[in-house]
Write a protein that binds this ligand. Sequence first.
Ligand SMILES: *Cc1c(COP(=O)(O)O)cnc(C)c1O
Length: 453
Amino acid sequence: MDLQHWLGRATNAIQDWADTFGPYQPHPSLQVDDDRFATAFEEFTGRLRENYPFFHPHYAGQMLKPPHPAAMVGYLTAMLINPNNHALDGGPATARMEREAVAQLAAMFGYDAHLGHLTTSGTIANLEALFVARELHPGRGVAYSADAHYTHGRMCRVLGMEGHAVPTDDRGRMDLDALEDLLRGGRVGTVVLTAGTTGLGAVDPIHEALLLKERYGVRLHVDAAYGGFFTLLAGVDGPEGLAPEPWQAIARCDSVVVDPHKHGLQPYGCGAVLFRDPEVGRFYLHDSPYTYFTSSELHLGEISLECSRAGASAAALWLTFQLLPPTADGLGRVLAAGRRAALKWAQLITTSDRLELYQQPELDIVSYFPVVDPATLSGIDTASARILADGMTSPDPVFLSTLRADREAFTARHPKITADADSGRILRSVLMKPESEHHVEHIHHQVERLTRS
Ligand SMILES: *Cc1c(COP(=O)(O)O)cnc(C)c1O
């Protein structure tokens, strides 16, 4: 896709549409002189250079990458109109696109009837799921794993609910025995299961938690903000295939959150929440004094805590899904490549005498640390931080990230290393670009080289 060509086509298409409404004069107050704009633009693009190259395969750090060109063109084209998906009248076309794209997400998770919508982020999507959970289980708290995203603890405070962190096992997954102990106390009404933790990509045993749902009458919410699209690799043939059980179990949970702005090739501003029971829409009801003239059915503004939302986000997702739908053959191929990259790198690290794997990657996040002598956690911490910094300034740069592992978590995985500190930083690489598949060998050798200096 040639971005310049399609951006030109976008402005023409919207201008052609605009012309059908007759000519008018733009107001002089908005007039901007081209020379002055050029000066501002020069400074603007100069400032944007102060960024890390998220697009480049040698960027193997945080969860960052540019959107797909189809998403860029979809977003910018709709933005020329700037519809607001708060209400049908704010953006009839993009509201319809939102419903269609959300239905595709629902189908991916095996939800038939559903209530769902896009949100500005995974944070807001999870807030909505916890808000509904509170309405259904007033006075009862929320359990989430110690490795769950920190947003859950914070949002419990926002919602005035009690939050409980459940210990994780030596792979970073929720310990269901510890969860059951907690559930016996009767104070928990909702369990948040994470499908792909932000740190390590660990997937909680969702299928096993289903039994506890029945036994203790709790709601199950799945935070798949990061990992949701990996559902597409569940049971797939080949090394990238994932054990299907936890992913299939999402269909039987009460709600799920996924971030198209993480693994759905979208620009920021695109999360999603889905409820299995459409009846929960009643909790959102409001009595807006701003009457809209065409809405008769429950519109998107009536099932969302946010009011104004970019119709352009829905447009970008809809257009992307026309080309790369959330199916194994579509978007699944993009995730499969990142997953193969993670497996390949894990293999290289396993045979390296300079690096050690922190744990086997479950999705596409590789965690590892430099071998140091003497073998202490504080030594690993210092060396990891140095490699991170040196990598970015090297003539052949490589961009990594660090992850803080606490003493217990570290020792559970590496009992032979002296845990002489409360916690220590290790290295972490999110391989969310399919191009990583062809660059991990290079990155691996770069990181090995950096351990020597
Ligand atoms: C990223 C993430 C969030 C927060 O989502 P935002 O889109 O960053 O607001 C919540 N949970 C998990 C598991 C995540 O990876």
